[in-house]
Every structure is written in C-alpha cells, then in structure tokens.
Design a protein around this ligand. Structure first.
Ligand code: ADP
Ligand code: ZN
Length: 632
C-alpha cells in the first residue's frame, strides 16, 4: 500500500512508448501518428484521435495506459459501447501480459465485485466498461476514491462519434460522459473514432468539451483495400462469382439492407457450400453472440449482416467486405469496408449498386419524419455516395477527397485498373425527361420507371394501351437504347436530383427544378458502358467445398517445407485459442505465423524481432513454437 501513496514519478515522454511497443506488443515501428499521440497522452495531454478503421487506435491508449501505470498513475478506464467484445479485448491484453479487466452485465455480481476490488487496489492497468455503467453513482463513487489516491490515470473514450447525432451510431448514454471532465478535470482524456467528417467532429468537441484537446488526424487511406463497384444485375449471382473467383475459403462480411435479405443470402451461400452465418438485430441475442463468436473464432466464415454488425470487430484477417445494397452514406461505406484487411494484407471492398438502391435511399430520406434541414444533410451525404458509385475516375481519390485528403490515382481500384468506357447519355436523359413530362401532362398522374422506359423504347405493353401512351410524341423516340442503358441514365438523373421519386405513390417519377438544365442540354450526363456479366460458376462447385476444408493461404510466399510449418503452427494455434477461449488471431496473427514458418527458428533468439511476438508471448509460447516448428 505504501507504494500506492508514493508520489507519481515524472513522466518522460520520448522513449517509454517505443519500448512498450517492442516489449509488450512485439512491433517494430509506430504507424502514422501513433508515436505523437502516445507521447502527448503519456505526458497528460487530452487528445482527439481520428483514424480510419484498422489504423491502429487501440495502441494509442493502451501504450499510454501501460506507461502511466508503470509511472504510478494508476488505472486507465476505457469507455466502450461494445459489451460483446470486451471479453476478447481484455483477453488479448492478458495474452500480451497486461493487467486488464472489464465490468459489464455478462459478469455475475460476485465476479463484478472482484473486478471492482482489483480496480480500487490499483492492480489494473486497463478497465473496460460501457458508458451507462461508468456514469452510475456507484461507479463514480469508486472513481472518486481512486482519484483521491492518485490512482485514476486516464479516460479513453472509444467510438466517440456515438456522442453525436450526426455520427451514424448515436447513443444517448454517451452524452452523460460530460460528467468525466466536470468531475475529474485533472484526469487526461483520449477520445477515438474512425468517423472523420467535420460536422461530427465539431459535435464531439462541443459535447465533450474537448476544445483543449490536441486533434490528431491520420491519413484515411487504406492502401491495401481494393475498391470495386459493379452495376447490379443479378446481385446474388454477382456475389457468388466475386467470392468464387477471388475469395474461396476466406473470411468476409456481406452487408445487406434488410433482415429478410440477410437470411436469404446467408441461406444461398450455405446452399453453395460456404460457411455463412446471418447477423441482424432481429435475431435472438444469444444467436447473435454465438454467430459473432464463430466468425471471430473460426476461419473462413462469411458473415451476412445488416449494419448492426461490425462496430469494434477487430478480426485482422477479414479478406473482403461486400455490399449487396448501397449503404446510406460514405462514412458508413468507409467504416464498413474498413473492416477488411486490418492486418495490412491485400483485401477487397466490393459493392453492387443499381437503380433500385438510389430510389430506395432517396425515398427513405423523403419519408423520414425528420426536419427539412436534417433531411437536406442526409441528401447531401447520399449524393456524395452516389457520386462515388457513378464515378468513372479513381474511387480512392473520390473517397479521400470526401475526407479532406488530396491524393493521386491509386492503381488499386476498379476504375484505375480497367478504366471504364464512357458514353454520352445526355440525349437519352432528355428523352426520358420529356417523356416523364408528357405522360404527366396527358394523363394527369405520374408513372414509375418501368413504364417510362417502355414508352421511350416504344414497347407495346398492356399499360401503354390502357393509357393510350402510344400516341405520345415521345413514344419510341429512344428505341435505339437498351433498357439497361436507360436504367443507368435514370439512376444518374435521380442521383443528381433531376428526377424525384414519390415513395407515397408507387415510386412514381417526377420532374424537379434541376430537370430543366438537363432538358436544355446544359448538364452533360456521362455514363460508364455496361459490361455484360458472365454467369456464376455452377452451384456447389468443388472450389467452395474444397476451400472450406483447406483454407490455407499463407500471407507470405513459402516453400513446401515452410508451408508445412505454417500449417502445423496454425493447428497448434487453434488448440491454444480453444483452451483460452479466445479467437486465434489474439494468440498470433497469420502474418506472425507465416514469418515464423519462413524463418524456421531453432532457438528463442531466432524468434526475437518477429513482428507480433512480445516478451510475454515469447515467454509463454516460445518453446512450444520451437517444438512445433521442429516437428513439422
Ligand atoms: P482500429 O481500432 O484503429 O480499427 P486496431 O487498433 O484494431 O485498429 O489495429 C488494427 C491492427 O493493426 C491490429 O491487428 C493491431 O495489432 C495492428 N497494429 C496497430 N498498430 C501497429 C503497429 N504500430 N505495428 C504493427 N501492427 C500494428
Ligand atoms: Zn484508383
């Protein structure tokens, strides 16, 4: 107890972070601004950290927590909304030899009391808790007691965009966190998020009074992720082909908009012999947790999910993220796709996108009960996303521009790798718009996209006959265009608000103020040439089934013996992970195992310096790893 009362040692901010990075986490270099953030926070400064998903936010508070604990400052309290992930986060720290615990509703009363006692005694370096717990009188009283004894080191507020209604995960309980700086003004705070837009950022600063905090903005580029957006034809078949061609046996996430669709797609993938699981808010919470655990613990699982899935998922080897439906905005898209390739190895972000997506998203905004100003904000965000989907130039440049970053064409997106042929859709656009106008004039009511396109193409349908629309002057004026071409043009017209969709009246199309400029030929409509899609490979192909059983793709080129060692190491890791009830990557990443397999170490010394092997892991697993390597 005496040591507890001794004054805290002064902190030297230059080297302790680097030493901890090496010793505890086994990493050689800081990434991006990590070094600056760590130094600032170790020294007691407040920080707001904006870093893309997978950028390495955790170390930004974990290393200061360790440094400050070693210097006698006590415990760091990590506030996170992700109760379901705390167990694994804490488990990963234990593996690295860091004293940590969590407090949440999954603990029994007795377990929780035990954690509280350890926290009060100052034994914990990090304590994870959800915001609703942190702000209870009971917990605050405990924090008071720690602060009085100088044992409250730091607050780390993770996923801090949850405090803002502009962020896409608003959680009212985050608002109550103002109590932290009001009550513990001398305790530094580090707030972290992957949401970068200016409005959300300002809102965070204001809500949590972080005006004094140093803001650290990382590059939002994720160079190892390849972006591809395809025109939706038969989305399910397109998805099958994408996974079959590029990701057989890989772990991935498929995002769909509705629960029903999630169920259907998961079933379809299973029928094709893949290991797919559904996840959405309508599932029983036990099933949800079980599916999430399986995704994290097993290899090669495809999670088919609504956006309810993914926040805080730190599985490093998710090789692809697919969107079968368009997300609401670029922030969402970027955060979701960012869950691919956290380990820095090649990964794919793939989206299929069509007219119906545009119509649905516009309609959802129009019909929402929100105020007009708020809706305008949502429309602006949707427009930016449509701009990305329709782009014929570098997708990454578009994305980064949106997040305020200048960049050069990336050579790692679909448009850079195979520049699309472009055609001028201005004429088709004018024909569509005049038809919408004339139909409305002639019949006094509006019609949907299908009927309008039929008239432009001069198709004699029952509906055309019923309303006498073959007599319109625009009937058949666009017979030269394919339906697909017109669909593309309409999509763009809706995207640029030159056509509006009335969701109250069967998705009928109407002209807008912006239509005039297109009609007059003042706005050019340029479109990518459609490429026809080959059929998906036959169902239940041997490729899927075989991949499911094997799933061995080492992230490094290995010779036959190296491959052998890699396999043996993976099998050993799976066993350890099961024993510890943790995901395999928490023990060692694939990249670490591959590096070991390549080096074929014969002594502990040979293991030194391999990325991902810190002191504790070397101690705990070094001999076993050597034994596995020798026996392979
Ligand atoms: P975020 O929370 O920002 O999405 P994480 O903190 O989960 O990202 O980090 C992503 C991955 O990168 C993790 O697997 C982590 O171990 C790894 N990582 C972070 N910083 C470094 C570093 N400096 N060197 C090597 N790997 C790192
Ligand atoms: Zn590009």
């Amino acid at each position: 107890m005496l040591a507890d009362l001794a004054p805290a040692a002064p902190l030297h901010v230059s080297e302790p972070g680097r030493a901890i990075l090496h010793e505890v986490f086994g990493y050689e270099h800081f990434r991006g601004p990590q070094q600056a953030i760590v130094s600032h926070v170790v020294g007691g400064g407040d920080a707001l950290v904006l870093m893309p998903t997978g950028g390495g936010k955790s170390l930004c508070y974990q290393i200061p927590a360790i440094a400050r604990q070693r210097a006698g400052h006590g415990t760091t309290v990590v506030i996170s909304p992700l109760i379901a992930l705390m167990h694994d986060q804490v488990g990963a720290l234990h593996e690295a030899g860091v004293s940590a615990a969590f407090l949440n509703s999954t603990l029994t009363g007795e377990e929780a009391s035990a954690v509280e006692r350890r926290m009060l005694r100052g034994e914990l370096t990090l304590l994870y808790a959800a915001p609703e717990r942190v702000t209870t009188p009971r917990f605050l009283a405990q924090l008071d007691s720690m602060q009085e004894r100088g044992k409250l080191s730091l607050f780390a507020i993770d996923e801090v965009h949850c405090v803002s209604q502009w962020g896409h995960d608003f959680r009212p309980e985050y608002r109550a966190l103002t109590v932290l700086h009001e009550r513990y003004a001398s305790v530094p705070r580090i707030a972290l998020t992957a949401t970068a837009d200016a409005v959300t950022r300002e809102d965070i600063v204001e809500r949590l009074q972080l005006e004094q905090a140093h803001t650290f903005v990382s590059s939002f580029d994720r160079p190892n992720i390849r972006y591809t957006i395809v025109e939706k034809k038969d989305a399910a078949q397109q998805l099958l082909r994408f996974i079959g061609d590029e990701h057989a046996g890989d772990a991935g996430i498929v995002y769909c908009q509705s629960r029903k669709r999630v169920e259907e797609v998961a079933q379809m993938l299973c029928d094709e012999g893949m290991d797919a699981l559904p996840y959405h808010a309508g599932l029983d919470s036990k099933v949800r947790q079980a599916n999430q655990d399986k995704f994290l613990r097993d290899e090669g699982i495809v999670m088919v999910a609504t956006i309810a899935f993914g926040m805080g998922i730190d599985k490093p080897d998710v090789r692809f993220v697919a969107h079968l439906d368009m997300p609401k905005n670029l922030e969402g898209y970027y955060q979701e796709t960012g869950r691919a390739g956290r380990d820095g190895l090649a990964a794919n972000a793939w989206m299929s996108y069509g007219l119906q997506d545009v119509v649905n998203q516009r309609r959802m905004i129009d019909e929402s009960p929100a105020g007009e100003v708020f809706k305008q904000g949502l429309r602006g965000k949707l427009d930016a996303l449509l701009g990305l989907a329709e782009a014929t130039d570098c997708r990454r440049v578009r994305l980064l521009t949106y997040f305020g970053e200048a960049s050069q064409p990336c050579m790692n997106c679909d448009n850079c790798l195979s520049p699309p042929a472009v055609w001028d859709g201005t004429d088709a656009a004018r024909k569509l718009l005049s038809t919408i106008y004339r139909v409305q004039q002639a019949s006094g009511i509006s019609f949907g996209a299908g009927h309008i396109m039929d008239i432009v193409r001069g198709k004699q349908t029952e509906k055309v006959a019923q309303f006498g629309h073959e007599r319109l002057s625009t009937f058949g004026i666009g017979a030269a265009f394919s339906e697909q071409q017109l669909r593309g043009v309409l999509r763009q017209l809706i995207a640029i608000s030159a056509v509006s969709v009335d969701g109250q009246a069967f998705n009928t199309l109407q002209l807008t103020d912006a239509s005039r400029a297109v009609l007059k030929g003042e706005v050019a409509v340029s479109l990518r040439e459609s490429v026809s899609t080959p059929k998906a490979r036959p169902a239940k192909s041997a490729k899927f089934l075989g991949a499911k059983a094997g799933a061995v793709k080492a992230p490094l080129a290995l010779d036959a013996q190296g491959e052998q060692r890699y396999l043996a190491l993976k099998a050993w890791r799976a066993e350890v992970a099961r024993e510890h009830n943790l995901p395999a990557y928490v023990i060692f990443h694939d990249a670490t195992l591959a590096a070991i397999a390549q080096r074929a170490p014969q002594s502990r010394d040979d293991l030194q310096g391999i990325s991902g092997i810190g002191a504790k892991k070397l101690e705990a697993y070094g001999d076993e790893v050597l034994r596995v390597v020798a026996g392979a």
